[in-house]
Design a protein around this ligand. Structure first.
Ligand code: NOJ
Length: 529
């Protein structure tokens, strides 16, 4: 189905959190050799590309998002040779490999930062954001760290503060410095030359900060119980106009190579998000659209979101949709197991590249982590307010053995209590399991250009029933999703053939009249003339 489109348009992306996918050496942490051993599963699932969360040398304070060497592989995950073997094996199977690029900040153990903090006149001083305080004990401005507290850390040695949007062990690089840009472009080239098919760029909207470091304004909507970072509107610390030039330069590096993709992690409302496609689409190919992760799960809200996003897209920009990731609550727990099937159908029938998060395809839940097993530094900084991310990062459930087939040793995070029942092996044998549904949906998307490439047209939203159409070169498919608990019927009469129900029991049924849907049922219908 390539037609003239780049692979990432019709393709389906799959995010792997390497610590939790497959352990090959029994240390309880997933690794590259483990991923290689599971590539055939991804092939069988039918996805096109895997994106690996960071695998680089790191003190692991933020589990790899604190990098101390951009061009190596952390021994926990393996070696560069293992990485090369992974890329080769994936490519042999027709799978693309996307790496996580974390350009906003390094670890405080990165040699660049060690140099930078050593003295005010070190050549790397300006590679990070150093400022004098505003007076005795007062940081340069009021900016807050996403992980709690001030985002400024005082450094005794030189008597200045450095800026960190996340942990104090994750100092932000100064992207106004051309040497920083050049160094990171070389990092990109290093991996692109090794054969990676693109990058997911961490916190892209954070890269440039206000040059005057103006105070952020208070957030009038802040309510007790929300995380402290939300006290202020991050007006001057994120999403600055100059960021687009930085992204365009990254894109130029990507374009030095054939067929690579640039994806941006950006948490912004649609109208701001779409600016990251860049002027004349010279920015990110896919600024991640996370709206589905947080939208209330009802037909009106979801319809409004799709329409708003579609309307905001610049001409010729290609949309994308994400249902889960390593930072947010898993879909099966957010909307419940039944609606998670509807969500799967939505994700895989919408217009735009879908990104799946490992384990969602078998319905893995947000796992409850006992207090003594909490690993996430965010949760440790701000206990008890629900920011913990360990629950969506638990080991992949492969089979019914004690550690779920993930590891021979004690896993770094506990597995879900139901993993003996809900796992790949069990779900493979069940024709109506979540896994079977995902496989059927992916299959349908791969065989029907209407779904992979077609136009989107809203049809109706009544009560909890969302109906839309996809059209490609005169061929149409209708998608009807019941986001409610009551059964419903379409207001309009339809003539068509059911291609797939989320219950997986109506294939080939013919409809002539109003289409009836059970509680939490979704249907893809092929209209008949
Ligand atoms: C975004 C990543 O997705 C998250 O996991 C990480 O903690 C922050 N960036 C900081 O790097």
């Amino acid at each position: 189905m390539r037609e003239n489109f780049p692979w990432w348009r019709s393709g389906i992306l799959y995010q792997i959190y390497p610590r939790s996918f497959q352990d090959s050496n029994g240390d309880g942490v997933g690794d590259l050799r483990g991923i290689i051993a599971r590539l055939s599963y991804l092939r069988e699932l039918g996805v096109d590309a895997l994106w690996l969360s960071p695998i680089f040398p790191s003190p692991m304070e933020d589990f790899g998002y604190d990098i101390s060497d951009y061009t190596g592989v952390d021994p926990l995950f393996g070696t560069l040779a293992d990485f090369d073997a992974l890329v080769a094996a994936a490519h042999d199977l027709g799978l693309k490999v996307i790496l996580d690029l974390v350009p906003n900040h390094t670890s405080d153990q990165h040699p660049w930062f060690i140099e930078s903090r050593s003295s005010k006149d070190n050549p790397k001083r300006d590679w990070y954001i150093w400022r004098d305080g505003r007076g005795e004990g007062a940081p340069p401005n009021n900016w807050l760290s996403e992980f709690g507290g001030s985002s400024w850390e005082f450094d005794e040695r030189t008597g200045q503060y450095y800026y960190h949007a996340f942990l104090r062990t994750q100092p932000d690089l100064n992207w106004r410095n051309p040497d920083v840009r050049r160094a990171m472009h070389d990092v990109m080239r290093f991996w692109l030359r090794r054969g990676v098919d693109g990058f997911r760029v961490d916190v892209m909207w954070h890269l440039i900060k206000d040059d005057l470091l103006r105070d952020n304004p208070p957030n009038p909507d802040f309510a007790p119980g929300r995380q402290p970072y939300e006290r202020l509107i991050p007006l001057y610390s994120t999403d600055r106009p100059e960021v687009h030039a930085v992204v365009a330069e990254m894109r130029e590096v990507i374009d030095e190579f054939d067929d690579r993709v640039l994806i941006g992690e950006i948490y912004l409302p649609p109208e701001k998000l779409v600016a990251y496609y860049g002027r004349d689409l010279t920015g990110a190919h896919l600024p991640f659209n996370f709206a589905l992760i947080s939208t209330p799960w009802n037909a009106q809200a979801v319809a409004k979101l799709i329409d708003g996003y579609e309307a905001a897209l610049p001409p010729a920009a290609w949309p994308n949709w994400v249902l889960g990731n390593h930072d947010r609550q898993r879909i099966a727990s957010r909307v419940g197991h039944d609606q998670a099937r509807v969500a799967a159908m939505l994700l895989l029938t919408l217009r735009g590249t879908p990104t799946l998060y490992y384990g969602d395809e078998i319905g893995m839940p947000q796992v409850k982590i006992p207090p003594d097993r909490v690993r996430d530094p965010w949760e440790k900084n701000l206990p008890g307010i629900g920011v913990g991310r360990d629950g969506c990062r638990t080991p992949m459930q492969w089979d019914s053995t004690p550690h779920g087939g993930f590891s021979a040793g004690e896993p770094w995070l506990p597995l879900d209590k139901n993993s003996a029942r809900e796992n790949v092996t069990a779900e493979r044998q069940d024709a109506t399991s979540m896994l079977s549904l995902y496989r059927a949906l992916i299959d349908l998307r791969r065989t029907k250009p209407e779904l992979a490439l077609g136009a989107y047209r809203p049809v109706s939203v009544t009560n909890e029933l969302l109906v839309f159409e996809r059209e490609h070169q005169g061929q149409r498919l209708l998608v009807a999703l019941n986001l409610g608990a009551a059964s419903v019927a379409t207001a309009i009469r339809l003539r068509g053939r059911v291609l797939l129900s989320t219950f997986m029991d109506r294939q080939a049924e013919t409809v002539d009249g109003r289409l009836e849907l059970r509680s939490a049922e979704g249907i893809v219908l092929e209209p008949l003339a």
